[in-house]
Ligand binder design. Structure first.
Ligand SMILES: [Zn+2]
Length: 424
């Protein structure tokens, strides 16, 4: 059966792009002006949230749970009952723009008063360059720390300087990456100029960088994850005929499986100039694993499979399901120099539509994300419908005057091969 895309539609209802799989919804208009615009200059501290109201924080901006996290609100607190590392809760610094935190750097701290589990991550999220939640990606990127490393008693103090994002464009603080079923209660989130005497502050741990977009002007990249071996020849043929190079994120388990012939498929992809990058060993939500030893195993076995079966090394990684938290990023940085953690700003949504009665919605999703500014795609070759649309979405990108290349090329990595096709 052949499937066709519909014509590109005018972007209408926007599905917000995401950091992995956790998009904040569009925020309501601000109830109060941002403190940022105070003509007296920035205040010495910022009270972000004391959880007095169900839907807005102390700045008058949206706060709320995403990805199905169960939440109980009370007067002056919010309690989470997490059961998945993708569960998360955002409290926004700015409703629809960028909040400039640079005046608080490097001296200030993010202070959180909490109770319950310390098995979660704390994120500081950066808005896109347009400071516009209607553009892709929103947010642009984030940095993240482990709650347990920064907590004592009921307090968490994190130097703002530990969050390596563009702090002129901060947009929200969020909580996620849960790896315990124990509840977490938050009472207060604020930025303060000092910490109690003797409160221990750990060193910042390396955790690579998280990229959702290409940086090279006019570039576009396909990051293609797990596939079905029976579609591999068709995918290769389309890539060859369209004369484009892409990046494949590949799990170790599939490479070792002699039944699938994946090792030969990816050896051939390498020969043709495509980039092969890490995607864990067994494709689990790594951040939700109970121990760092299990996270390590997912990374190390994937690296070993690449070394032994494909003869390659790479510092590019995409987390299975886009699930991310501090531990996954830190453990990657333990084994890989300068890990490049790649998610996406264009989602073809094959996981949602590929085997539905409306597979053409994959094209709609793809076109919409590109029209909103996305330039780094996620897709799989698991379904006949997705593969049948592949040529059309490639041609759509070309018509937008964007050049399709590997992810390392679109990120201007000096180690990436020159921009030419074929590569050899
Ligand atoms: Zn995957």
């Amino acid at each position: 059966m052949i499937f066709y895309c519909q014509n590109p539609v005018q972007p209408k209802g926007k599905l917000l792009p995401n950091l992995g799989t956790t998009p904040p919804p569009p925020p309501p208009p601000p109830a109060t002006p941002d403190i940022l615009h105070n003509s007296q200059g920035p205040p010495n501290s910022i009270l972000i949230d004391t959880f007095q109201h169900q839907d807005v924080n102390d700045l008058g901006h949206w706060h709320g749970a995403l990805e199905g996290l169960t939440v109980h609100h009370g007067p002056g607190f919010v309690r989470f009952f997490p059961s998945d590392p993708d569960h998360n809760y955002h409290t926004q610094l700015s409703a629809s723009s960028c909040y400039d935190l640079r005046a608080y750097q490097p001296s200030h701290y993010l202070h959180i008063v909490f109770g319950g589990t310390t098995k979660f991550s704390i994120f500081l999220n950066e808005n896109n360059a347009a400071c516009d939640f209607m553009r892709n990606p929103f947010p642009q990127t984030s940095d993240v720390v482990e709650a347990v490393r920064y907590s004592r008693g009921n307090d968490i103090y994190i130097p703002l300087a530990h969050f390596h994002i563009d702090q002129s464009r901060a947009v929200s603080v969020s909580f996620g990456g849960f790896y315990s079923l124990e509840p977490l209660t938050l009472y207060r989130v604020e930025i303060v100029p000092s910490i109690p005497v003797g409160f221990p502050v750990p060193h910042r741990m390396n955790n690579g960088r998280l990229m959702l977009t290409c940086t090279r002007p006019g570039s576009f990249a396909f990051g293609i994850d797990d596939g079905q071996p029976r579609f591999a020849q068709e995918v290769m043929k389309i890539l060859e005929e369209e004369r484009v190079l892409v990046t494949f994120f590949v799990v170790g388990l599939g490479l070792r499986d002699r039944e699938t012939n994946f090792s030969n498929v990816y050896r051939e992809m390498i020969k043709r100039g495509h980039q092969i990058a890490l995607h864990s060993d067994t494709h689990r939500k790594m951040e939700g694993l109970a121990s760092t030893a299990e996270i390590d195993r997912e990374i190390v076995e994937n690296i070993i499979a690449f070394r032994q079966i494909l003869g390659i090394e790479t510092h590019y990684f995409r987390p299975p399901f886009g699930t991310l938290g501090a531990r996954t990023r830190q453990r990657l940085a333990n084994f890989i120099t300068e890990p490049q953690v790649i998610t996406w700003s264009v989602d073809i949504e094959d996981w949602l539509w590929a085997d539905s009665k409306t597979p053409e919605k994959q094209c709609e999703a793809f076109f919409r994300d590109v029209m909103h500014g996305g330039n780094l795609a996620v897709m799989h070759f698991l379904s006949a419908t997705t593969v049948s649309y592949f040529r059309e979405v490639i041609q759509f990108v070309k018509r937008q005057n964007m050049t399709i290349m590997r992810i390392d090329q679109c990120l201007e990595d000096p180690r990436s091969p020159p921009l030419k096709f074929p590569i050899h």
